[in-house]
Design a protein around this ligand. Structure first.
Ligand SMILES: [Zn+2]
Length: 177
């Protein structure tokens, strides 16, 4: 199992897989998950069989995985370039170009891995072009259920599960001093 970074939507089900399946992740990412287990004792932990190191290939059976450290909100995040059978797949993982390590993004765009046959790209926060940035209509307001408005407790260091929504402001209410 190849873990790109320590956000729950990327490693949260790791304990559902047989412990005989080796896990690979960043060393610091695994350390962050281990440290965070204090706050979430029932959450999964990573027990990697091996660790990613920027641009240092790891051989796993017929595959060679080359991690590329990327800019992301989770510390020690990687894109993974996987070679096997004469073909090359690049999995971007989550990445961004506006964070503290934006130079990594710039470097990847300037000098991307060559001869990639398949690009598998994350798109969790790609904007929906059909979504409107304007205020919701009265019909949209009335269709919002209380469930939609419930708070989701933060789960550090990961992201909230995709099935939950963060708290949204109640439309039409005004703050009072
Ligand atoms: Zn992420």
């Amino acid at each position: 199992m190849l873990i790109s970074h320590a956000h729950l939507d990327h490693y949260g089900l790791v304990d559902q897989v047989s412990p005989r399946v080796p896990v690979y992740a960043g060393r610091d990412a695994a350390a962050v998950v281990e440290a965070a287990s204090f706050f979430n004792a029932s959450g999964p932990v990573l027990a990697p069989a091996g660790y990613w190191e920027h641009l240092s290939p790891t051989r796993l059976g017929p595959f060679t995985i080359t991690p590329h450290l990327v800019d992301h909100s989770a510390y020690d995040s990687y894109s993974l370039v996987i070679d096997g059978g004469g073909r090359r797949l690049m999995y971007t993982g989550d990445l961004r170009g506006h964070g503290r390590k934006s130079s990594l993004f710039d470097a990847m765009v300037t000098r991307p891995p060559s001869d990639v046959d398949v690009l598998l790209m994350e798109g969790t926060h790609v904007p929906d072009p059909a979504a409107s940035a304007v205020d919701p209509t009265p019909a949209q307001r009335s269709s919002a259920s209380e469930t939609d408005l419930e708070a989701t407790p933060p789960t550090w260091p990961g992201s909230p599960p995709r099935t939950r929504r963060p708290r949204r402001p109640r439309w039409g209410t005004r703050r009072q001093a």
